[in-house]
Ligand binder design. Structure first.
Ligand code: ADP
Ligand code: MG
Length: 362
């Protein structure tokens, strides 16, 4: 393999245990050069540990980590060409922004004039050109985060690791910083591994997302695939809202039956399977509506209606007792007559259905 085509990072069967706790369990993953990769999972799923194993602050119990094809087991953190941004910024309070940013250069023995030049460029990169002389306490949370980002980039690392970097910022500032991070990544062409528990942040920013739970990497895919084709129940429930329905598969998995209604699938599936239906894929029709006769129509009763602003979220009970969520937009046929207890028919397009291997109770 040529140098160019080697993954920037490879985790090969990496496990990290702390006594009885397995923080990271058998993770195998390649991350390409220039990729923006999000590690997404709830608290305690092993995201930070995986980052620390790459940064070199932790060592694997089993397996190994490679950078550009070379094992880095014996390479100390400051030799790994990795910048790290921590959630709490970790700025030195007694140093100005410029001194904070200069610190990694000093540690690496970069001379004074080059240091000043690089600090200036880094301040400009994060739009803080005039704030070099400020101390952290004189800056807002967002500005401090920019200083931390500049400090992690100033020595020109190949890889940038960010651990829930925007978690402490309010929504508007977070949206703005997301845009800026993407701009900076494009400008530098750097590989980014970004830890978050916020699925919309991962969706908005990442080329690929890795979903972690209990130390394991459950699925790695681009955001569209994670949403449209989750590989198991956990991922389906973790990303967006959905209904997971138990169905009876028909004809070797070329279709299924639910509550007496039958639908053919786009591709043949292994049996048995459950189906994932997203609320925005469901349409509701009045019983007896000509649009819903003779076609796939699942009898249901409205149980609960929640106003969302853009429309309504409707909780339904199918005639076989399973639960289904549907979004009804303003202007939809039934928008004016959504009442608990009302009988309706629910429909969805077979192309919008994701199929999951059946596990436990749905
Ligand atoms: P996340 O960043 O996804 O919240 P972590 O990687 O911090 O998850 O933690 C994963 C699991 O490993 C948790 O159960 C945590 O308590 C445990 N853990 C992490 N670091 C240590 C440590 N230094 N000693 C003992 N247990 C740890
Ligand atoms: Mg963490």
């Amino acid at each position: 393999m040529t140098e160019q085509s080697l993954p920037a990072v490879s985790f090969q069967g990496v496990t990290r245990r702390y006594g009885p706790v397995t923080a990271v369990s058998g993770v195998t993953l390649d991350i390409a050069k220039g990729e923006f990769f999000a590690l997404l999972g709830s608290s305690g799923s092993g995201k930070t540990t995986l980052l620390m194993l790459l940064a070199g602050f932790e060592q694997p119990t089993e397996g190994r980590v490679l950078m550009a094809g070379t094992p880095i087991t014996d390479v100390p953190p400051h030799r790994r060409s990795i910048g790290v941004v921590f959630q709490n910024y970790a700025l030195f309070p007694h140093m100005t922004a410029a001194e904070n940013i200069a610190y990694p250069l000093k540690m690496r023995g970069v001379g004074r004039s080059e240091r000043e030049e690089r600090v200036k460029a880094a301040l400009s990169l994060v739009n803080l050109t005039d704030r070099g002389g400020s101390y952290p306490i004189q800056m807002s949370g967002g500005q401090q985060q920019r200083v931390a980002l500049a400090r992690s980039l100033v020595f020109g690392p190949d890889i940038l690791l960010m651990d829930e970097p925007l978690g402490a910022l309010d929504r508007r500032l977070r949206d703005q910083m997301q845009q800026e991070l993407k701009r900076i990544q494009h400008e530098l062409g750097i590989t980014v591994i970004y830890v978050t528990h916020d699925q919309s942040e991962a969706m908005a920013m990442a080329d690929r997302i890795g979903i972690m739970s209990g130390g394991e990497l459950l699925q790695v895919a681009n955001p569209e695939t994670i949403y449209a084709a989750p590989s198991n129940h956990f991922v389906a429930r973790f990303i967006g809202e959905c209904s997971i329905l138990r169905v009876v598969s028909l004809d070797g998995g070329t279709g299924y039956e639910i509550a007496g209604a039958r639908q053919s699938l786009v591709s043949q599936e292994n049996v048995p399977f459950d189906i994932v239906v997203r609320p925005e894929s469901v349409s509701l029709f009045s019983v007896g509506d000509s649009q819903s006769t003779g076609i796939f129509a699942v009898p249901a009763t409205i149980r609960d209606v929640t106003y969302l602003g853009s429309g309504w979220r409707v909780a339904l009970e199918l005639s076989d007792g399973q639960s289904l969520l549907a979004n009804v937009m303003r202007g939809d046929l039934l928008a004016g007559s959504l009442e608990p207890g009302k009988s309706v028919n629910a429909r969805w397009n077979p192309a919008s259905v994701a199929v999951l291997p059946t596990e436990g109770s749905p």
